[in-house]
Design a protein. Structure first.
Length: 344
């Protein structure tokens, strides 16, 4: 007679979720402090489980952290949380003290950052980049910050290659953004990099922001208001988007606005922040990515429909922009692969 004992079932370990630790510093801006939770806190995988585990910590033991508003927030985790993070996000703060004035960390902040493990992805929103720079994480790297602070940032940290025009800089394991809303652009970019365009676009829709903003900070720097009768380049952009699969010459775009090529190019850069050629290439890359994800078209067909002409040209542009080949991109983000989704 067989044994009546039931076989013991081994516990199945829970899959690892990417831990995002958000560092709340005194003087934190509540809006920017909430961006990582808003963007990383929504997507879930095919099993319904969140793709990210987002938690907030302080450089001190759990307790209140004063914001730049008329209220404090209670933070439940101390700096030890940083040792468990796969990604650390440092939002902006208006009370950086010696970091902002002298480019050096306070002993308390240095001790907190020492918990971060080698290889952890580091993200700074706006003036949070001062913290990463003071800690040496940006030495010899490209980075950005709010255009208002860019000259001061460069003077304080001459070893950093500051780009004051872009909305964000992705340097692999260290990423920095310009001010405030550019933190949303950067976090959406990270989700796009981690889980594909469809997931990032859906988060953008839920957040009621564009999935990708063209141009850089140049479009937000205060300039004299143009005369009301000045034409814009929006009609030319709409015309080009409707025929990305066709050869498009600069003179053709300028003709849509009845401008000379020289005037159109200057006006386009003023309004969009990049040259017409750079903008057109970006739109074609976006179109190619969409087709690679959502269609069964061959790479040659995708190249033609996106306006690159040949598969080789598409490959060169995709490698330059994303660091992957069309085949690798499709294999990772093809629509018929199991895709992450968003919680209700």
């Amino acid at each position: 007679m067989g044994s009546s004992k039931r076989p013991r079932l081994e516990a199945v370990p829970a899959p690892h979720r990417h831990r995002v630790a958000v560092l709340a510093l005194d003087g934190a801006l509540p809006f920017e402090l909430g961006i990582p939770h808003r963007i990383f806190g929504r997507p879930v995988g095919p099993d319904g489980q969140p793709l990210y585990d987002v938690r907030t910590c302080s450089i001190r033991p759990p307790g209140p952290v004063q914001t730049d508003a008329d209220f404090a927030i209670h933070v439940e985790h101390g700096p030890e949380l940083l040792a468990t993070a796969d990604t650390v996000v440092v939002p902006a703060s208006y009370e950086l003290g010696p970091v902002y004035e002298e480019g050096r960390l306070t002993p308390e902040l240095a001790a907190a950052l020492a918990h971060i493990r080698p290889g952890t992805r580091l993200v700074a929103i706006c003036t949070g980049g001062y913290v990463l720079a003071a800690a040496g994480y940006l030495d010899g790297r490209p980075a950005t910050t709010h255009w208002w602070h860019s000259e001061h940032f460069q003077e304080l940290f001459p070893e950093v290659a500051v780009d004051a025009d872009v909305l964000f800089v992705d340097d692999g394991d260290v990423l920095t953004s310009a001010g405030v809303a550019a933190g949303i652009d950067l976090c959406l970019h990270i989700v796009r990099r981690d889980h594909g365009t469809a997931v990032a676009n859906e988060i953008a829709r839920r957040t009621v922001v564009p999935p990708h903003r063209d141009g850089g900070q140049a479009q937000f720097i205060q300039r004299p208001v143009p005369e009301p009768e000045r034409a814009t380049t929006s009609a030319a952009r709409a015309w080009a988007l409707a025929r990305l699969h066709e050869p498009i010459q600069l003179r053709d775009m300028a003709a849509q606005q009845a401008m000379s090529v020289r005037t159109f190019t200057r006006r386009f850069r003023d309004e969009v922040g990049v040259s017409p050629g750079q903008w057109l290439t970006r739109q074609r890359i976006e179109r190619a990515c969409h087709l690679l994800e959502s269609s069964a078209l061959s790479v040659d067909q995708v190249a033609r429909d996106a306006g690159f002409g040949t598969a080789q040209s598409l490959r060169q542009h995709l490698m330059g922009a994303l660091g992957v080949t069309p085949t690798a991109y499709r294999r990772t983000f093809r629509a018929d692969n199991p895709r992450p989704r968003l919680a209700g």
